[in-house]
Design a protein around this ligand. Structure first.
Ligand SMILES: Nc1ncnc2c1ncn2[C@@H]1O[C@H](COP(=O)(O)OP(=O)(O)OP(=O)(O)O)[C@@H](O)[C@H]1O
Length: 278
């Protein structure tokens, strides 16, 4: 039987993946990927379609095991401890959330406590838990929608509800899988603003955000990893990694990068040498 993990809240990295390989149906999906994430770091995980981003996020979220290599979450190795208890320390925001019931916003946020999609019958939240849910709903800018039903929410509102839900068990690591997919400009900007606010209100948190679009990165992004064909092309502080040259290689297309007020934008460039970063 797996032991309940004691979680280190001190100096250990929140997450440490070493030389990870993932092979599915005999095909290498990830090869020799290493990543260390520490408290207060906010990582962008970038790569073209099929590069392996979601597969890596599944490992980081203790949803799957590597074929080779090791993944430690708060000092506890996947495979040696109960994966479900580790998941309580990792908030996973997946826009493909499969909720079917017409739950109210506040009830969806409370499902974060049980890490379940639907409400768990006969489980009553404590007054403290209700207060935390209300606080998070407000923090994500949804105070006025607290009693709205899930099917009536816009996609942008759903994204923010799912972030509040992921924060409910007070995780140390927040994983965001393409959170701005399908959002209009207003929805995307509100989401990015709220993610950026979290980085200030929750200094104990680390995050990894997957996207194809540099425009969707919050200004508070501190680090980036570029994945290409299942391998890490580059990883480190964002100023060193988000360069026209490296991003061009990552997406196999010459681009120039611009940064204005903390946000990135990308244009096709005739040569990668024409790069300009701010
Ligand atoms: N269970 C599996 N069996 C076989 N191949 C798989 C499996 N899961 C993923 N793959 C393949 O692994 C590759 C990486 O998939 P993954 O979803 O991690 O990429 P991604 O970078 O997140 O892509 P996208 O940006 O399109 O979402 C893809 O080619 C995918 O088809």
């Amino acid at each position: 039987m797996s032991a309940e993990p004691t979680v280190d809240t001190g100096t250990l990295p929140v997450l440490c993946a070493r030389e990870v390989d993932v092979v599915r149906d005999g095909r290498p999906i990830l090869s020799e990927v290493s990543l260390t994430v520490r408290t207060g770091e906010h990582w962008a995980l970038l790569g073209a379609n099929g590069a392996g981003k979601s597969t890596l996020l599944g490992l980081l979220g203790a949803l799957t095991h590597p074929t080779r290599g090791t993944v430690d979450v708060l000092g506890h190795r996947l495979g040696r401890v109960d994966m479900r208890s580790l998941r309580a320390y990792v908030g996973h925001v997946d826009p493909r959330h499969g909720l079917r019931s017409p739950l109210k916003v506040r009830d969806v946020v409370l499902t974060g406590l049980t890490n379940s999609i639907e409400k768990v019958p006969r489980r009553r939240p404590t007054p403290d838990q209700l207060a935390t849910a209300d606080h998070l709903v407000g923090l994500l800018g949804l105070g006025h929608r607290r009693d709205a039903l899930w099917p009536t929410l816009s996609q942008g509102e759903r994204g923010r509800v799912l972030i509040a839900r992921a924060l409910m068990p007070k995780p140390r690591l927040l994983l965001l899988d393409e959170p701005a997919t399908g959002l209009d400009v207003a929805g995307r900007e509100q989401l990015i603003e709220r993610i950026d606010t979290l980085q200030q209100t929750h200094p104990e948190l680390a995050s990894v955000l997957v996207t194809h679009h540099l425009e969707e990165l919050p200004p508070g992004t501190t680090h980036a990893m570029l994945l290409r064909d299942g391998r890490c092309l580059a990883a480190g502080p964002v100023e060193e990694i988000l360069t026209g040259d490296l991003v061009s290689r990552c997406f196999d297309h010459p681009v120039r990068l611009f940064r204005d007020e903390g946000r990135w934008s990308v244009r096709t460039g005739r040569t990668a040498a024409a790069l300009r970063t701010g």
